[in-house]
Design a protein around this ligand. Sequence first.
Ligand code: DGJ
Length: 546
Amino acid sequence: MIETMPFARAMRRMLLGLSALALPAMASAAPSELPRIVNKDGHHALFVDGAPYLMLGAQVNNSSNWPSALPKVWPAIEQLRANTVEVPIAWEQIEPREGQFDFSFLDTLLSQARDHDVRLVLLWFGTWKNTAPSYAPDWVKLDNKRFPRMLNEKGEVHYALSPFARTTLDADRKAFVKLMEHLKAADPDNRVIMVQVENETGTYQCVRDHSPAAEKAFNAPVPAEVAKRMGVKGGTWRQAFGDHADEYFHAWAIASYVDAVAKAGKAVKPLPMYVNASVPDPLKPNLDPKTYASGGPTFQTIDMWKASAPDIDVLSPDIYNHDHAAYMKLLDFYGRADNPLFIPETGNSKDYARFFFPVMGRHGIGFSPFGMDFTGYFNFPLGASKLDPETVEAFAANYRLFRPMDRVWAKIAFEKKTWGVAEPTDPQAQHKQEMDLGRWKATATFGQGMFGFDPPKGNPEPSGGAVIAELGPNEYLVTGYHTRINFELAAPKPGEHMIIDRIEEGHFDAAGQWVFERLWNGDQTDYGLNFTSVPQVLKVRLATYR
Ligand code: DGJ
């Protein structure tokens, strides 16, 4: 209502000649440079307001996308010190009746995000949500004639919508375009910095669509551009891809559909757009695609998605695998010269918090635990069984350490070499992780007294993690929690010895300048650099003597 609105906002609307209903969330901020993903020499950065930005994220629960839920979202975000909140925008919510759009939740969200000074990532729950059409409006998901489901290999109706139905694509794309049009008008200061297009696409229990349209395409030649990008000669899908043909075909079909939606949205407002993957166990190769989300952007089909969805900037894994080795493997799969590493969802139990460090060390553009609100739902055993203060604190500690230097770190990660480790659980790792810095080797150990040579026995719970960034020759930024870091020469020449030249503890000020606090020496350096639960950032300069 105009009379309850702040005077300045009401005046602006009157001056613009816009009705309060037409543009309810018109921002008070000035237009800013559009967020974009920048790639340079195999490194990536998300630029926000013209500079690299690190997403210290939190994703809310699925049904927290209503104004009534937001009061239970913000206290969690504040406790976490997240700078970015990922929130669903559901097709059923914005287009409950065909052609009639309602963006009232988005307007509320934008306004409250401004009040809380956080950025947003919108999650478009459209044709696919965890592979199913649950978030499609009833006029879509209940009309199997107009919006057909896939057929399995026996010709039976599958639960997922067919990526070959033009009617479905047209309807989804139209709604997404309306969303982006609204965003363009209502978000000039770019509170929203990225958009996730669909959610965990693919299909369980059925490797690909067998509808007549799908069969026809499967037996036709692989599109020339896709064949070229995949480095195959061509021919039918079976001829080109053999045993992988069904899965690759399905990935191509879904990726092309998602790309068409993203492309149309970007034509309105070209925000960075990404997809998230439900990923199978990366340590079990050759799983039957029927057992995972076949056709989604899983690690098996990254190349096919890259070949088929050029408008998608980032393919990202949702990681709910507690196993350290599996987690690292997934980071290695998705952090590529042609793909920024971004973890849009990960479990919110305490053990996941330490994985923040290897994500940072691999130039990750963001990290976001899932289910971070106080609405009372917990996705245990994927994540925590409750979001008690100790659990929130495990993630908040990371953001407490990085938030004061988020812009500095994002720039460093874009321009410099970085390394990061998390405490392993595999007994063979012996509570140790090594980082090859070139001239130097850094060893992270976990669960030691601070003074002395006792062997690492692991922390009481896996909680250790550390990152190192190369600032210049022999100079490093080092930080972490519950970890001891030791430096040594990787390959000392005869008679050559390492010496610590100088270790400064300090912090970065608001302008990104380093502020010296004190030197570390003596006990604080004789047995490695011991990081505890205290947020501490060090600048380390190494040297040699003969
Ligand atoms: C992954 C999905 O993307 C989320 O929306 C959610 O359903 C989690 N799985 C499980 O809580």
